[in-house]
Design a protein around this ligand. Structure first.
Ligand code: ADP
Ligand code: C5P
Ligand code: MG
Length: 209
């Protein structure tokens, strides 16, 4: 019964999303590469709305919903939650926001995420922003992040790096083969990284212009 209602709701969300047809930029890169940090600046300068798949999943894990225990377990292992769950959260967040341009950070994380998103929403990203950073630097950053995240411990960090190499890099390669990847050297200081980011967005749409 519950799942029928869910399926009906999802169908409604799906057709609303297809009708809205928002502009999407995927923001990818390893854990700790600076996706969230740079997205905050992109929002300020270019008028996008930032949606972090990880943050949406963390909120859902705290919500007491049916999916919460599964999400919590998977996040504590650094594994990738089934697309159905994540896409539902992203779709809802897009539909309840009036903006028509979104940065989707940390998604798609594997081939399943990528294929499911395109087949459910019919939306192709405008481009993919890829923050390239060494594991050594990312590890340092995560260990000093201090946001109280349970998955920011050395064991889970190593697992997340492994998942990134084994599952997420192929998504970046896929979009690269379609000429859609804008690669940024993310190992530099925050301000320098943002200069490179600005050069990618400015010709596309600078809200000050
Ligand atoms: P992600 O969202 O990719 O996991 P965050 O944006 O949360 O990464 O950044 C991880 C940590 O590194 C945060 O504590 C952030 O303040 C810091 N950080 C982000 N970008 C840089 C940078 N270019 N140089 C040094 N530290 C950074
Ligand atoms: O992007 P972030 O580091 O916040 O993601 C935290 C965790 O959320 C990931 O390690 C993973 O367990 C989960 N996640 C997911 N699917 C995504 C994005 C994040 O399962 N597309
Ligand atoms: Mg983040």
């Amino acid at each position: 019964m519950g799942s029928n209602v869910d399926a009906a709701n999802m169908e409604e969300t799906r057709s609303a999303l297809r009708e809205k047809n928002p502009k999407i930029v995927f923001v990818l890169g390893g854990p700790g590469s600076g996706k969230g940090t740079q997205c905050a600046s992109i929002v300020e300068h270019f008028g996008y709305t930032h949606l972090s798949a990880g943050e949406l999943l963390r909120a859902e894990a705290q919500s007491g919903s049916e999916d919460a225990p599964m999400i919590k377990n998977m996040m504590s292992e650094g594994t990738i939650v089934p697309s159905e769950v994540t896409i539902k959260l992203l779709a809802k967040a897009i539909m309840k926001n009036e903006n028509d341009k979104f940065l989707i950070d940390g998604f798609p994380r594997n081939e399943e995420n990528q294929v499911a998103f395109e087949s459910i929403t019919g939306i192709e990203p405008e481009f993919v922003l890829f923050f390239d950073c060494s594991e050594e630097e990312m590890e340092k950053r995560i260990l000093t992040r201090n946001q109280g995240r349970l998955d920011d411990n050395i064991d889970t960090i190593r697992k997340r790096f492994k998942v990134f190499v084994e599952s997420s890099l192929s998504v970046i390669n896929y979009y690269n083969s379609k000429g859609k990847v804008k690669k940024i050297d993310a190992s530099k200081p925050v301000e320098e990284v943002f200069e490179a980011v600005k050069a990618v967005f400015a010709p596309v749409d600078d809200k000050s212009g």
